[in-house]
Design a protein around this ligand. Structure first.
Ligand code: ADP
Ligand code: MG
Length: 483
């Protein structure tokens, strides 16, 4: 057993989710990403003396929705605190956050990593604001500051130290991303920094009851980097312990170029944030009716839909995963199966034809031109054996997109694609094929029954896809046996 196998990885996350509200957490400034630097900066964002914060209702609603989705207890009397520190991108000199009394308490999220179900407990979710952005790589001599982001609303999800591998962290972050998109509270876009996490990492001997000392890797906004950072850090800590050393509690930075973590600060010079209650904002009182009203607005959640798709519609885990990735696809599927009993065929159509089509067009189901009724008819046409799956996908689907007002049947007829099960029609084709390949007929009759596929293919080709496969197959077998 390698020395590394003696140890268990332990990780806890602090996930920051940037909310997609129109305005900032405590003022009306625009929150849009990518605007010219320092254009969305009112006196409040710049913390001019005498300005006062005012809470954004959307931020509160977003927090409650996320809390409801993961089974948190909603704190009906939460409070804001000031977290004091000095930095050039923090005009106020403090961040408004929630420390002692956050808006959501507890909760959990079940994830599926490495084919095992794992439950990650949530410690709490709190509301806060973002700082501005310091830019250190534009000039060799100066740093730049963009305050557009100062005051943008965030939710911070703090988990218990329940992760046991970097893969679980990765899956969890993707699950959160999917969830906030379903709830329409954030775009979950990691590249633009809408989701980032701090990873608290420690190791302990397998079977040990207490946790080891932890280090915190700051600000991971790529899951690929986060996995590498955690793996590196676990190895570093084990090597240190095995060499007789002790892990010191530290805040670390991960450098994706070198692949190593380096200390930003250790425990001795850890910030003393001097938290105290924010005097400019009253406690957030949430009435029962406010919470109940949000409950009624909750969309179906991905994990519920996954269960419904696999049990009620008997889809495979694979299909159900693909269909529930995005809410609009899942809802479209639900709409479609209201119109057709062929659940698997509907899943196939959505996964193999409609989604690739939409990707290609860079559009979404919201603007897809075909109605679910028409798609249901399309599926029925195949199920009734009027057209083959291939012909339907390759010929009828594109024609239907061109003229969405026509029925799939009308198009199939117009293009002369209706499959033919007529005995005379098929007999002619079968005879032609048999005459063409006497050797293969003999081989078939000597017992190589697998050749039926070859004969089928030939008849199909001759008929330009119009021969009814079931009837052709039956006829071929009959004729071949007789000869
Ligand atoms: P603090 O108050 O010092 O920030 P918390 O107890 O609130 O510390 O924990 C912050 C984060 O660190 C949480 O995500 C938690 O799960 C994680 N964490 C705490 N202890 C450990 C540990 N020993 N190993 C890994 N993660 C830990
Ligand atoms: Mg912390």
């Amino acid at each position: 057993m390698s020395v590394y196998e003696k140890y268990e990885t332990v990780v806890g996350l602090e996930v920051h989710v940037q909310l997609s509200t129109k305005s900032k957490a405590f003022c009306a400034d625009d929150t849009r990403f990518g605007a010219r630097p320092n254009t969305h900066i009112s006196a409040i964002s710049l913390a001019y003396p005498g300005t006062l914060p005012r809470l954004n209702k959307k931020q509160v609603e977003s927090a409650v929705k996320l809390g409801l989705a993961i089974g948190s207890k909603i704190n009906q009397e939460s409070r804001f605190d000031r977290k004091n520190y000095f930095y050039a991108d923090l005009p106020k000199g403090y961040q408004i956050t929630q420390d002692a009394s956050p808006i959501c308490i507890g909760g959990q999220l079940t994830i599926n990593a490495n084919d095992a179900e794992r439950t990650i407990r949530i410690h709490h979710i709190h509301m806060e604001e973002d700082a501005g952005k310091s830019i250190h790589d534009m000039s060799p001599k100066s740093s730049f500051i963009d305050l557009n982001r100062a005051g943008v609303p965030l939710l911070e999800i703090v988990t218990e130290p329940d992760f046991r591998s970097p893969e679980e962290v990765d899956v969890f972050m993707n699950t959160i991303r999917q969830l906030v998109r379903y709830l329409e509270i954030s775009d979950g876009n990691m590249e633009e920094g809408s989701m980032r996490c701090d990873c608290n990492v420690s190791v302990r001997l397998k079977g040990a009851e207490t946790y080891g000392e932890r280090c915190e890797i700051k600000n991971m906004n790529s899951m690929r980097f986060a996995r590498r950072a955690i793996s590196y850090e676990v190895k570093r800590q084990i090597d240190l312990i095995e060499a007789g050393g002790k892990v010191q509690q530290q805040t670390l930075n991960f450098d994706p170029v070198t692949g190593i973590t380096t200390p930003l600060r250790d425990k001795e010079d850890a910030h003393d944030y001097r938290y105290f209650p924010e005097p400019d904002l009253p406690p957030v009182h949430l009435s029962d009716s406010f919470i109940n009203n949000l409950k009624t607005q909750m969309p179906p959640l991905p994990q519920e839909l996954f269960k419904q798709f696999t049990s009620k519609f008997s889809l495979s885990d694979y299909d159900a995963t693909l269909l529930t990735e995005e809410k609009e696809t899942a809802l479209f599927y639900l709409d479609l199966v209201k119109n057709t009993p062929h659940h698997k065929a509907a899943a196939n159509l959505l996964i193999n034809k409609i989604k690739p089509y939409l990707n290609e067009q860079k559009s979404s189901v919201a603007t897809f031109p075909l109605s679910v009724k028409s798609l249901a008819d399309f599926i029925q046409l195949i199920e009734d054996g009027k057209v083959s799956n291939t012909i339907a996908y390759q010929r009828i689907f594109p024609a239907l997109i061109e003229t969405p007002t026509q029925t799939p049947l009308a198009i199939a007829e117009k293009l002369n694609l209706i499959q033919n099960a007529d005995e005379d029609f098929l007999q002619q084709l079968v005879q032609e094929v048999i005459k063409k390949y006497p050797d293969k007929v003999t081989t078939y009759q000597k017992g190589k029954k697998g050749l039926i596929g070859f004969f089928m293919g030939e008849v199909m080709r001759l008929s330009k896809g119009k021969a009814d496969p079931k009837a052709t197959n039956a006829l071929l077998r009959k004729v071949l046996e007789k000869q």
